[in-house]
Ligand binder design. Sequence first.
Ligand code: UT7
Length: 340
Amino acid sequence: MGIKILGTGSYLPPKVVTNDDIAKSLDTTDEWIYSHTGIHRRHVAGEGESSSTMGTEAAKKALEAAGVSPDEIGLIVVATSTPDYGPFPSTACLIQAALGCTNAGAFDLQAACAGFVYAVEQARGFVNFYPDKKALVIGTETLTRIQDWTDRSSCILFGDGAGAIVIGNDEAPGVAGTKTDAYTILGADGTGAGFITRTGGMKDAIPFNPETGVPVPVEHVNAKFEIKGHDVFAFAVRQLSKVATDLCVKKGIETTDLDRVFAHQANARIIEATARRMKLPLESFWLNLEETGNTSAASIPISLDQAVKAGELKEGMKIVMIGFGAGLTYAGTYLTWPNL
Ligand code: UT7
């Protein structure tokens, strides 16, 4: 007993863009993209869809699966790098209103593709101390909206979607935290901040009117998305296997004792290399990026929900969720399903 995942849900937009579609306007092929990334197609948010609407749909399904009503939710944490508005109102507040979670606090968390694992950790702490309340953790992204669709080395990687979980606790305040088998590693390496960047924030000073000393309005924000693919690839392979191995050492088990690994779906070659380093067969890893591409903070909860729906997760299974992303960030959680 203690802290548990009570329900999962996910949402993928109906519009699908294939590699062949992209190859109509860019110098690329399905063969190149699939062999280098494992991606064939991705879902892309359309008219009326955004991180908040997709997150809301995923959350509705998770609440239904958990048998939890919106007014039982005390906290909504939304992991996203593509909020509806930048930066406020938060996507979490939009989802809170759409669901009618009138008793919930709500905030966004930005740790890029590792964001979902970070968000679960925030919610886990919350329900540990407030067991009379449940928490909603959502990863939702519209990465396709910040791509340079003329850059064949990066736009091919991403897709849109959302995943959500509801967590609850049936122990006294603080007690579950002393009993839980789960363990989390949260990490960052800001020296690699330049590996994945999106400009257009508040870094650059705005000009001042020399006569009045008052800032001059800025007309245009030049937001550019860039990835140093090789550097990110090397970091990902190194960190994913290290985090997963460190979690196993902490729990006194071998990596080969793990039943399932939910790794961030960035590139099939990254996951294959991680599996080799962990001495695990690829079948132990959930793989869906052939259909979804990289959905950043949404990729782990979408995978979890798909595994639940496929009946692949049995009580007591030893699981790790591992992610990495811009920042650079990395994170992993060990759990015995569905206990957190
Ligand atoms: O959530 C984290 C997000 N970031 C990532 O996951 C990125 C991780 N990195 C990667 O997945 C890989 O580095 C990429 C898929 C981005 C690139 O694969 P690569 O094997 O590292 O290719 P490359 O960058 O070394 O490029 C090899 C060649 C280049 O041509 P030249 O210079 O050798 O003539 C590229 O211009 O492939 C070319 N290329 C392409 N060709 C056809 C790059 N993208 C494409 C493309 N189609 N889409």
